[in-house]
Design a protein around this ligand. Structure first.
Ligand code: DGJ
Length: 752
């Protein structure tokens, strides 16, 4: 609901409100953003500057309340007395004042190819003007989430140069801590939380993409906020390019937050009549801690960002050829792998890099779309048909934005590569194609489209493996070009499941999610690392957006050996896949994987779309009736204490059947302590133990009970962990990096 009374706008939806006031000077003040309140109570939120502020500038010399530097604003100017961060820079002063407004039922469509949130909404459009320019501010109300964006039109007769244009500006009263998600390749989404003080804190990417260095999503929380309590704001941007966000506290105790395209080297010339619009910024508030905030963001991404046709569609369990084969495969090897994958329960076989041109390693072939006839003598169609005849879907990897200098495409069109006038700089032996050129976009659309139509392909992994050297407006135009290409390829093929990827999670953002519902989180599939990566991404993105695969141990990135069950228990909380050479699996591993996939399929809807909650030392997903909870261990301490599992969101008055998902222990894990298990002394390096390890498993402890929701919410005691006293089937004996999965189902028979 959007209420307009006199000079007050009350924007209300569900449990949040935004109150704006048009002040006497035509500036838009932000009175409140957060808890649901009444429009009529607006005066309670008024910041009254009192006697003015020393050396500050006043808009009206006679009015001490007219100091723009001390007002809580929803937008501001440059060079006109507000010395805090400006949302718009044109090289000259900017001083936009209110002109008109409109309340619109629904969203307002973008002029440019930028993606935006869709669905039931109401929008307030405020138009502000200054001589020669018109500014539109859009405030769109979705369930649980407010989006904001801005649009600038040159209404004068001289060009305007835009050097900075934010999507949103907010002045929030109070002290906050800012949480950002930073990292790099194989180390995505490291969480950092710092207090917002009087110096500016910036969360920005300049690599041409949203980047693995700084995810565009971030949080502001009041000091003391926890997972389950306290006031937390979440922010994100529906954009895949260079982004910028900053927070800074003012002397008056207002924290200014801006979000938008990075102004780094940005300069966009707007000719008379031309329009420039920002990406859509996303913001939400919760007074129920980080968990409450995440729940809102998850629902928003699910309901308003990912393509409608995938919202409730269960994603297939996939097998991906990359980590097992790299570039070394042919039709026969792939078909054998597909047969194995099928026997394990996989539903989709994905052929990754290496199927085209001279791409036998990463130095050549990108840009060429002709299938390598040596590797695939029956073509993609022959391979795809064969895979489908085995009862699986077929998926294919592409990296359409890049070109290797050693490729037919580059030899024919060296000018299609993105250059900056200097000697081209390579990343992973490749250049980016200049997607700002229409002929390049046409080439990609035609070739990817033709390939997709040439074989039964139901899934695409769209990769991009280098940072860009494009700056500012050029980098932005590149992203607009990418969005156009994605729309032209996948618009007419809505049934294709698109998983985007960029050296893992180098482009994990809401922009890409508007085109495909899942993203490859990271090339790091070590489950201990994935607990960090997926766990931290979960602050802002739902688990259905995570491509999460079980891979080999020791792990390629960390050399760490982890139990197979932990690799699966982590990947279950996402879109499950397997990515390893299946030829090397021994029969007990195959059996274990079959069991994993069976279980995942049984509870897939809950794993992928259930309400995700972070627990102390684990995760849970729940659809109300069924809850799946995993607990993860790091290094096992000697003499570990009692373990407690405290679930969330259950009905305290209902009863639930609680059970451990059975897991197996490899006998080899005991080494010379195998005497704990069998009353003989075996050589830990001997053939006997090695052979036994391939064939014999022991059950790990299982806990089963029917119990009230109240007890599960209070926290139940788990089975003891191994304490140096020998194997006991009533304890949890999994060693370092062990984990358990618990299945909790509402008991329909008993009522408390
Ligand atoms: C980087 C991706 O993240 C990997 O999963 C794989 O697809 C390789 N590229 C292939 O080159």
């Amino acid at each position: 609901m959007i209420v307009h009374r006199d000079n007050i706008f009350g924007l209300h939806r569900g449990d949040y409100s935004l109150l704006l006031r048009l002040n006497a000077y035509g500036l838009v003040e932000l009175l409140h953003f957060g808890e649901a309140v009444e429009t009529a109570d607006w005066q309670a939120f008024l910041c009254q500057p009192g006697l003015g502020w020393g050396s500050s500038i006043l808009l009206d010399d006679k009015d001490t309340a007219s100091c723009p530097d001390s007002l809580p604003l929803a937008w501001s100017g440059s060079g006109r007395g507000d010395y805090r961060e400006s949302p718009l820079e044109l090289g000259t002063a900017t001083d936009f004042r209110y002109a008109s407004h409109e309340i619109i039922d629904g969203i307002v469509a973008m002029d440019s190819p930028l993606p935006q949130a869709k669905g039931l909404a109401k929008t307030l459009k405020i138009t502000m003007t200054q001589p020669g320019a018109e500014l539109n501010l859009y405030f769109t109300l979705f369930d649980g989430v407010l989006t904001r964006r801005a649009r600038l039109q040159n209404t004068g007769d001289a060009p305007i140069t835009v050097t900075k244009f934010m999507s949103s500006l907010l002045d929030l009263p109070g002290d906050y801590e800012m949480t950002t998600f930073d990292g790099g390749w194989i180390a995505e989404a490291r969480k950092h939380r710092v207090p917002v003080l009087d110096s500016r804190i910036v969360n920005e990417s300049t690599t041409g993409a949203s980047s693995n260095r700084h995810n565009p999503g971030f949080l502001l929380s009041e000091p003391g906020a926890t997972e389950d309590a306290g006031r937390v704001y979440g922010f994100n941007l529906i954009y895949s390019g260079n982004h910028y966000a900053a927070a800074q506290r003012s002397l008056q105790g207002l924290t200014r937050v801006v979000q938008g395209i990075s102004p780094n080297n940005f300069a966009k010339i707007l000719e008379p009549g031309a329009v420039f619009e920002t990406p859509e910024a996303v913001m939400a508030f919760s007074d129920q801690g980080f968990g409450g905030l995440s729940e809102k963001m998850h629902r928003f991404v699910h309901d308003h960002i990912i393509p409608r046709q995938f919202r409730e569609k269960e994603r297939p369990v996939l097998f991906n050829s990359w980590e097992g084969c790299m570039f070394d495969f042919d039709h026969r090897r792939l078909v054998n792998l597909a047969k194995e994958a099928k026997s394990l329960g996989c539903e989709l076989f994905v052929l990754d890099d290496g199927w085209f041109g001279q791409r036998n390693d990463d130095t050549a072939g990108l840009g060429d779309y002709n299938v390598n006839p040596k590797k695939l003598p029956h073509g993609l169609k022959g391979l795809g048909d064969k895979i489908r005849s085995l009862g699986m879907e077929f998926g294919l990897w592409f990296e359409p934005e890049s070109v290797n200098p050693d490729s037919d495409l580059y030899r024919a069109h060296p000018d299609w590569a993105l250059t900056d006038g200097f000697q081209p700089l390579l990343g992973r032996h490749q250049l980016l194609l200049d997607l700002t050129k229409p002929e390049v976009r046409d080439y990609i659309v035609e070739n990817v489209g033709r390939t997709l139509d040439s074989a039964p392909i139901s899934y695409v992994k769209w990769d991009m493996n280098r940072h860009s050297t494009a700056l500012g407006a050029k980098a932005h135009d590149y992203i607009l070009g990418l969005y156009e290409v994605l729309r032209r390829i996948f618009g007419p093929r809505p049934e294709i499941l698109l998983e985007s990827c960029s050296s893992g999670g180098n482009r994990f953002d809401l922009g890409m999610l508007c085109f495909g519902p899942q993203i490859w989180c990271s090339d790091n599939t070590d489950p201990m690392e994935r607990q960090t990566i997926q766990g931290n991404l979960s602050y802002l993105y739902p688990q259905s957006t995570f491509g999460a695969h079980v891979s080999a141990a020791p792990h390629a990135q960390t050399l760490r050996s982890t139990p197979l069950c932990t690799r699966a228990n982590v990947s279950f909380f996402g879109c499950l896949g397997y990515e390893l050479d299946l030829k090397h699996l021994i029969s007990i591993e195959k059996k274990e994987i079959q069991g994993q996939i069976e279980l995942y399929k049984q509870y897939r809807k809950v794993f992928q779309f259930g309400t995700f909650r972070r627990l102390q030392g684990g995760w849970q997903v729940s659809d109300g009736k069924i809850t799946l909870a995993a607990t993860f261990r790091g290094l096992v301490p000697a003499a570990p204490g009692y373990g407690t599992l405290r679930l969330k969101g259950l009905d305290r008055h209902k009863r639930y059947r609680f059970r451990t998902n059975p897991q197996k222990l490899r006998i080899g894990q005991f080494g010379n302590l195998v005497k704990h298990v069998v009353p003989v002394n075996l050589n830990p390096n001997g053939v006997l133990l090695r052979t036994a390890d391939r064939h014999i498993t022991l059950p790990d402890g299982i806990q089963e009970m029917t119990i009230s929701g109240a007890a599960l919410l209070a926290g139940i005691r788990l089975l003891p962990v191994f304490r140096g006293t020998g194997y006991d089937k009533n304890q949890r004996t999994l060693t370092d990096f062990g984990s358990e999965l618990y299945i909790i189902e509402e008991d329909s028979h008993e009522k408390s």
